[in-house]
Design a protein around this ligand. Structure first.
Ligand code: BGC
Length: 790
């Protein structure tokens, strides 16, 4: 390594800090340093390729999205999915998969929740570790993203996530900590947003102090696509590679900073070592390139079968005998929504809809649309047809949910509802047939309202390309075993982030602190539609405690349980172990998930199940000593099959220390007010909204600049260009276009793939700032500016 570093010129080093293009790092042929190829993730391979001058996405297996596969609570299954994705990636010469994505689901509204695992850091961290190990064991690297606190899409590239230090560590950083320590991802991708006022891409506290020094990460840090605001600060902070390329713009800035002494060659070398380490890892790891398309399709189906959640099953109306006739209502059965929009959108090598599935089995069924898939306007004609049919059918299955326009990367939902036409359909159907079975499609919870009255409710999320998996649940070929990885509240207003999940452009205040998801609902005894961890089966289980011991030497709580399948069908149960400390000296949620185990049992069989809780994981983040502190004393252990269905409860005494407590302990209440939150942060709050006025700079948005004539012209042009170059990844809707106008100008330039270069953008900014002559001069010379240092 030293040898190669010594051979490198400073210019070569600077070059390596910038990617070559969207999907490759730079190569230095003279030194035998090859490019590294990266591709999205996370729930399948999304590799772009140029074919006949057009960008296409290669075909790949579309596995169930993270929101779905998380409900499997199945470490082995997620590992197998990782391995399959890696093999497909390797076959396409991809070295690193951009995933898993593990941001916490703070609000059901985040447009990208479908790509994330859970509201719980432990579950998200464990599943991410399984995914990373699965991929990396096949010789392909991962990029754990988006580090950190990127919990909303609105203004994601400029807003600041305002979070107190303890909450940051215990909730938002915790899944990353688990995954980094357990699975050592080859790379970590920093997020777009600021954290407490500092961009993730230049946040030394996160990228170096926490990630490397505290957690021992030894891979490379890459930026999210266009997340770099100040590249020079990024180097000092620990950002190794910028994606996609800035076309020399930032390389020149780095050179200038080196000349002026703002940064040192040593700091550059720190990044270069990380990049070279990554290069050697890629080079020296043997990849498995063999895979079987059919097997991967079946794996996708198996994951869906094990993830689909049965929320309600009154009178055991499900499963339905396969020979009985079904009335299928709902266009989502015919035009399946099986994945989300944006950078994770896979080009599936096949798509099996529910209707295809029925046809493939020659099932006896009748189908009616019920609503227009492309509109949320109630179509009474369609509803009436469905109602007439539902009157005379016994088995009525209705598919409803969120259509593409409702959720996507780049923008958030503004409410928690489905299209009105879907509610109206259910409401009318329930009037004529009380035995309705509803299957809900979507990447996030919806307000269930009238749906709660249905006899059975299946939450199938986004099941990937094998959309017929839900039929196996309906017919009972597979016994459901999916458990919610997030809470479904009755109403959006019940969510603790409700007043602070923001579409403001400057900052978002995480005033609910630690009380995210079930941590809030359970602590403050709020009833919810369906609790975290909930999911029914067609069989019943009994759970008994055999032994629960605290082993001081190994720092483990060892739990021995007996699980019995007391029903008449084989099935799997997820045993969930939560821990709380009622008399804690610090504020804590009532209970937090600390271990889980999925166990499959044949009918009538019993099994002894051993689970282990790592005592260290009971620690709280001590903001005075800047470390995890294990508080001594009594802890409550709750064991059950959802956060609210606790079957066994035990108290245990743990030895620990009683360190210095933080000066300010916030009052135990669901959501802090401004004053309390400011005291907790120990600084004044950054205002939620800011009017971005002249002078504009590269961090300004088109929206802000559109008060000027040139801003208006650019906005119009971008909209036109977007429509013209619309590809498979991006949704064709106004919300998405609007989200582009929320991006900083630097990011727009980078994502324009050379059309709107940084010098051109600077010229436009000059004109908007009324520096007309410099702007015009810059514009005319923008093509002549040396793009590359080599
Ligand atoms: C997304 C990342 C993704 C990258 C490359 C970004 O906009 O936030 O998750 O990996 O694009 O497509």
């Amino acid at each position: 390594m030293d040898d190669i570093i010594n051979k490198m010129t400073l210019a070569e080093k600077v070059i390596l800090l910038d990617a070559a293009d969207f999907w490759h790092t730079k190569a230095i042929n003279r030194l035998g340093i090859d490019k590294i190829t990266v591709s999205d993730g996370p729930h399948g391979l999304r590799k772009e390729k140029i074919e006949n001058d057009k960008t296409i996405t290669v075909k790949a297996t579309c596995f169930p999205a993270a929101a779905t596969n998380a409900c499997s609570w199945d470490i082995d299954l997620i590992g197998r999915m990782g391995a399959a994705i890696a093999q497909e990636a390797a076959k396409e010469d991809v070295d690193i998969i951009l995933g898993p994505a593990i941001n916490i689901k703070r609000s059901p509204l985040c447009g990208r929740n479908f790509e994330y695992f859970s509201e719980d850091p432990y579950l998200a961290g464990k599943l991410a570790s399984a995914y990373i190990k699965g991929v990396q064991n096949q010789g392909v690297g991962t990029s754990l993203k988006h580090f950190a606190a990127n919990n909303q899409e609105s203004y994601r590239a400029i807003t600041s996530s305002e979070i107190d230090e303890r909450t940051l560590h215990e909730i938002y950083l915790r899944p990353f900590e688990i995954a980094v320590k357990e699975a050592a991802p080859w790379t970590v991708m920093c997020s777009y947003n600021k954290i407490n006022g500092i961009y993730a891409s230049e946040n030394k506290y996160l990228l170096t102090d926490v990630l490397r020094n505290f957690w021992g990460f030894n891979g490379a840090v890459i930026s999210d696509w266009g997340a770099v605001s100040n590249r020079v600060k990024g180097i000092t902070a620990g950002l190794d590679i910028e994606f996609p390329t800035s076309n020399g713009f930032n390389s020149n800035k780095i050179m200038q900073a080196l000349i002026s002494g703002q940064i040192t060659p040593y700091e550059i070398d720190v990044c270069i070592r990380n990049i070279l380490n990554l290069f050697y890892k890629v080079k020296n790891t043997q990849k498995t390139t063999y895979y079987n398309e059919e097997e991967n399709h079946q794996l996708s189906r198996e994951i869906a079968q094990n993830s689909i959640v049965l929320l309600k099953n009154e009178d055991k109306i499900l499963p339905i005998d396969k020979n009985q006739k079904l009335l299928i209502i709902g266009a989502l059965a015919k035009y399946p929504r099986f994945q989300g929009g944006g950078s994770s959108k896979i080009n599936p090598n096949r798509i099996v809809s529910i209707i295809n599935g029925l046809d493939n089995c020659k099932a006896n069924y009748e189908y009616l649309d019920g609503y227009d898939i492309n509109s949320d306007i109630i179509d009474f004609h369609m509803i009436n047809a469905a109602v007439q049919a539902a009157k005379i059918h016994k088995n009525v299955l209705v598919f409803i949910g969120l259509t593409d326009a409702f959720e996507s990367e780049a923008y958030d939902r503004t409410h928690m509802k489905m299209p009105e036409s879907h509610y109206a359909l259910i409401e009318e159907l329930l009037k004529v047939n009380p035995n309705i079975i509803v299957a809900i499609v979507g990447g996030s919870p919806i307000e269930l309202d009238v749906i709660l009255k249905a006899k059975a409710i299946i939450y199938q999320y986004l099941t990937g390309q094998a959309g017929d998996a839900v039929l196996d649940i309906i017919w009972g070929n597979v016994n459901p075993s999916g458990k919610l990885a997030e809470t479904i509240p009755f109403k959006l207003e019940h969510n603790p982030s409700y007043n602070n999940f923001t579409t403001d452009n400057n900052s978002v205040h995480y005033k609910e602190t630690l009380f995210v998801g079930y941590r809030y609902y359970d602590t403050f005894e709020q009833s919810v539609a369906f609790a975290f961890g909930h999911g029914l089966s067609y069989t019943d289980f009994s759970l008994n405690l055999i032994d629960l011991k605290y082993n001081e030497a190994s720092q483990k709580i060892n739990v021995k349980l007996k699980l019995t399948n007391i029903g008449s069908r084989a099935g799997a149960e997820v045993i969930q172990l939560y821990v709380g400390k009622n008399d804690s000296a610090v504020i804590r949620p009532k209970k937090e998930l600390k271990a889980f185990k999925k166990v499959f049992l044949k009918a009538g069989k019993s099994q002894e199940v051993e689970a282990e809780i790592d005592v260290k994981s009971l620690s709280y983040y001590n903001t005075v000593e800047k470390k995890w502190t294990l508080e001594g004393g009594n802890y409550e252990i709750y064991i059950g099959n959802s956060s609210q269905n606790i079957i066994i409860q035990k108290e245990i005494n743990i030895k620990g220390d009683y360190s210095i407590l933080p000066k300010y302990i916030p009052p135990k209440k669901p959501v802090l007010n401004d004053e309390e939150f400011s005291l907790l942060l120990n600084r004044p709050l950054i205002p939620k909204s800011k009017k971005h006025i002249r002078p504009f700079n590269l961090d300004s948005t088109i929206n802000a600049m559109s008060i000027t004539l040139i801003g208006k012209i650019v906005k119009k042009k971008i909209k036109k260009q977007y429509k013209q170059h619309l590809n498979n990844q991006m949704p064709d809707n106004e919300r998405f276009v609007q989200s582009i106008f929320e991006l900083p100008l630097r990011m727009l330039s980078m994502l324009s793939d050379g059309v709107l270069t940084m010098p051109k953008m600077l010229a436009i900014i000059d004109i908007a700032n009324k520096k007309f002559f410099r702007g015009i001069w810059r514009y005319l010379h923008s093509n002549k500016i040396k793009r590359n240092l080599l």
